[in-house]
Ligand binder design. Sequence first.
Ligand code: NAD
Ligand code: LMR
Length: 342
Amino acid sequence: ALLRSPPGGVRDLERMFTPGQARAAAYKVAVLGAAGGIGQPLSLLIKMSPLVSDLHLYDIANVKGVVADLSHCNTPAKVAAFTGAGELAAALKDVDVVVIPAGVPRKPGMTRDDLFNINAGIVRTLIEAVADNCPNAMINIISNPVNSTVPIAAEVLKAKGVYDPSKLFGVTTLDVVRANTFVAEKKNLRLIDVDVPVIGGHAGITILPLLSKTRPTVDFTPEEIEELTVRIQNAGTEVVEAKAGAGSATLSMAYAAARFAESCMRALDGDPDVYECAYVQSEVTELPFFATRVKLGKKGLEAIVSGDLTGLTDYEQNALEALKSELKGSIEKGVSFASNGA
Ligand code: NAD
Ligand code: LMR
């Protein structure tokens, strides 16, 4: 198969591309920010899923052309366009999975936190509409800074009285996708066999790949661990610099987000073996939000795989302690924005 999952670990898009395995199209998905660099290829990949009955594409502009184009693909999902705030409620009515890549991307020299001033307000507005129109949906937040936008979403949902922590996810799948790719390249492994859990958050040193937990078991030298960890942490910046002002990762992100959305739908569909890393409300550390592997089920997050945090190497334990203050600050910044509007 073109895309295959590691045995017993997280899975990916294999079934989308495997003829003969199509199940009944059943789920409604909305993409908010669908005309953007991520939104367009992401919508294409979601349109290919046999699990999708309806695909609602929302953006503030340019979404009609994307829908006209996508709607010619002969896959079951019905695609519909929703443009501007006046059509947001209709885009969200009764959807099962909401994927949010709306917002501005980085340019060279910027941190993800530099996007906060614009993207925090965008996410707040969109989540208010999610709360009003599809409070039971599984929410996949891509908009940066994820470390803050997820806490913002949680506060908005709480204020609306509809917060279900098992339905709110910051999408960190791209960190796992990158870790798997870089480890397989470095160690000459078959890519489809490799699975590296990535924990913490989604910015700089808060991205912590647990290379000691790589499956299958791999031996790394201390130099390899340092080199791979730093590359995975800076991989977003690697793309931002290569694009030289034209934005950040869009295609690999679309791939990763489509995989996460597909995992959400497979879980809703009753698949008992769906695991992904995601940034969620968590008690595995003293921080209120933290990315780990999670088990997904019919009601959303079913369990946090806390075992990944035991038996860490000294390198990983030190990196875990070092990331906490930055992640704490980003969480508090999001909570304070949502509570005070500032
Ligand atoms: P982009 O500028 O190409 O597209 C963003 C889209 O959002 C545009 O079409 C824009 O019209 C739309 N938008 C803006 N305000 C909106 C609103 N209020 N409602 C609905 N849509 C709105 O950017 P992109 O490259 O697609 O990146 C989008 C976001 O995803 C950025 O914040 C980026 O940092 C983030 N990102 C996250 C990850 C991750 O791993 N979580 C990876 C890559 C990018
Ligand atoms: C990424 O990791 O590629 C995204 O978070 C986008 C960025 O700004 O790096």
